[in-house]
Structure formats: structure tokens, C-alpha cells
Ligand binder design. Structure first.
Ligand code: SF4
Length: 334
């Protein structure tokens, strides 16, 4: 496995102006993504998890160039994707594709599968019609469908098959990165593991790099090599998936996991119930953004000082959490 990151976000931020507040007339800004750093190695998967509104979808849109960052950058193979010369943008669209949650919404119902799947290829290439058809047959076979399916319309397929068509369409231009935005959450539970296995198989065969946006922790654990937990536009914990799931260190991650995952059979576990709602991103808390809900807040420092991501004491060297408790643990250890 290549250790070099293929795609990297550095201090990435996206703030949205949402008008002016009365009576001061002060600009109101939503910090949807606020200083996010991560790197994804070639052929691996990073998952972004968190409650809705935490910034994971905006981060995915920034990686697709559907949004322009307010600050910071995204690099693909060392090149800033928001600073590409005009002539390289079509190539970027070929190299970075997306699969969305709802295969109904992402497939034009009036187009036959052949034309749906071929669309990105036809837009970016000058292949002959028969070469395009051969390539469509090849990718359909690669996602578990058959060349005969080319003649059909989307409504003639089940939800799982439609998602296979969407994946084939994303793969036809031989992308290096796939943004998977909740790729199985609209599917029947019985179909989900088939699509997850397909995506894993494709990654192994083609060495495609995935950014997975998911609220389902089971999908994350199964699919992702690394997991980043987001809260109010920031990454509060990031590390190898097994390390984060086995030993979540940030109080928010602990609460999220205890609410969403079944108790581990071998250990005693109880659900941590968080007080209150996620604060409005229009008026985020000072200091640690989680302090208004944190069950183990350590006083004024949490209200005044924003914690930075720092190593979590323990054997896993690749695990970071943004919480002042990490300092205290580090102090006790040293
Ligand atoms: Fe809780 Fe303080 Fe850690 Fe934030 S920094 S998660 S408020 S203990």
C-alpha cells in the first residue's frame, strides 16, 4: 500500500453568509466546516461521521469542487483542486466521482442504462460508439450486472441494482477517488452488505480511494480504514477505525457510539445520554464547541479555550482527539 496521501485537506473551511441579524446588523455566518485537516492514502477509505449538520456533507462537496473553500485547501496528488487551470478541470471531474444516497434521484428515469452509465465517458472522451458500449458492458459486469441490462430503464431494477448502476456510472471514467455520500442508507438492510462488499471488492481490484460520508456506524466500521468524527464543523477525533471504535477518547465520540452501537457483548456498557440539542452553528459555543453538552467538562478552560487535536495516550500512535482531557492524561502518564 502506498503511504503517500492521494487526497489531503489542510485547514479546510467553508463559511456561509446567511444575512444580517437584527438589531445590530451584524453579519451572520454559519461555519459549516471550520479548519479541517485529513489525508487519505491511495486505495484506502476515510469515513466522516457525526450527527446531521456536523459538516460532513459540505466537506464532501468541497472535495468534489461543488463548493469553494472560505479558507484552506484540498490537494489531489499535490495539486490544489480549487486552483486548477481551466484545461485541467475536466480531467479532475473524470478522476473524482461520487455515489449518492438515493439511486432514484441520481439516475435519469428516461435514459436507458447504457446511456446513463456511458454519460461521463461520452462527455469527456472521443471514443467510438462500439468502444463505449464495450466499456459499459465491462463496468456493468464489474458491478455484478450483465451487458443485457444496458437496454433497460432504471425503474426496471431493484434499489440495490440501481445503486450498482450508479456505481458503474461513477467507475466508467476510471476515477481515482470516489466520494461515497451515504451510499447504502437508502437501501433495504438485506441489500446493504451486498453493496458494501461490492465497494470493498472494487477498491481492492482498482485501488480507488474512498471518502465515505456516513451516519451509520456499522457501515463505517465495516468500510473504513480510518474514521474522523465531526462536531459543529470540526474534526474532534480521528484515527484508525479499529482504534477509534475500540477506544473512543473524545467525550462526544463516546456518547455518539454508546447511543448508536449495541453494547459490546464482552464489556459492560451503558448509554451516555447527551443533554440538549446540537447548538446552532450560527452561534456556536466559545472554547470547546462540545462544552454545552459535555458530561465531563472540566470547568472554565473548556468554555474559554478551543482544544486542538492531539495524540491520545495509549498504544495506538495514529489516533488524535481534540479535548483538554488528553493533556491531563498525558500529564499523568509522563
Ligand atoms: Fe468536554 Fe472539555 Fe473535552 Fe470539550 S475539552 S470535550 S468540554 S472535557
Amino acid at each position: 500500500m502506498n503511504a503517500q496521501p492521494l487526497i489531503e485537506a489542510r485547514r479546510l473551511s467553508k463559511h456561509f453568509d446567511v444575512g444580517r441579524g437584527a438589531p445590530t446588523g451584524k453579519k451572520k455566518v454559519v461555519k459549516a466546516v471550520d479548519g479541517v485537516d485529513f489525508a487519505i492514502r491511495r486505495g484506502t477509505t476515510l469515513a466522516l461521521v457525526g450527527e446531521s449538520g456536523c459538516g460532513k456533507t459540505t466537506t464532501a462537496r468541497l472535495l468534489l469542487r461543488l463548493e469553494t473553500p472560505t479558507a484552506g485547501s484540498v490537494y489531489l496528488d499535490g495539486a490544489d483542486i480549487h486552483d486548477l487551470p481551466r484545461g485541467e478541470r475536466a480531467e479532475f471531474r473524470r478522476r473524482v466521482q461520487a455515489v449518492f444516497q438515493d439511486p432514484w434521484a441520481s439516475l435519469n428515469p428516461r435514459m436507458r442504462v447504457r446511456d446513463l452509465v456511458a454519460e461521463p465517458l461520452v462527455a469527456n472522451n472521443r471514443l467510438s460508439r462500439s468502444a463505449v458500449t464495450d466499456r459499459v458492458a465491462e463496468v456493468l459486469t464489474g458491478v455484478g450486472l450483465t451487458p443485457d441490462h444496458m437496454r433497460n430503464f432504471p425503474h426496471e431494477f431493484s434499489g440495490g441494482q440501481r445503486q450498482r448502476i450508479a456505481i458503474a456510472s461513477a467507475l466508467i471514467s476510471q476515477p481515482r477517488v470516489l466520494i461515497l455520500d451515504e451510499p447504502v442508507s437508502a437501501l433495504d438492510v438485506s441489500i446493504r452488505s451486498q453493496i458494501m462488499n461490492l465497494l470493498k471488492d472494487i477498491q481492492q481490484r482498482l485501488s480507488v480511494t474512498y471518502l465515505l460520508v456516513a451516519h451509520d456506524l456499522g457501515t463505517t466500521r465495516y468500510m473504513a480504514d480510518r474514521t474522523a468524527v465531526m462536531y459543529l464543523g470540526r474534526i474532534v477525533e480521528i484515527g484508525d477505525t479499529d482504534t477509534v471504535f475500540e477506544g473512543p477518547a473524545h467525550p462526544y465520540t463516546q456518547a455518539l457510539f454508546s447511543a448508536a452501537l449495541p453494547a459490546r457483548p464482552a464489556t459492560e456498557s451503558r448509554e451516555i445520554v447527551l443533554d440538549g440539542e446540537v447548538p446552532s452553528p450560527l452561534n456556536p459555543p466559545s472554547g470547546c464547541p462540545f462544552h454545552t453538552r459535555c458530561p465531563v467538562k472540566i470547568g472554565r478552560r473548556c468554555e474559554e479555550e478551543t482544544p486542538k487535536l492531539q495524540p491520545v495516550p495509549g498504544p495506538g500512535g495514529t489516533h488524535l482527539a481534540a479535548c483538554h482531557l488528553m493533556d491531563d492524561m498525558e500529564g499523568q502518564r509522563g
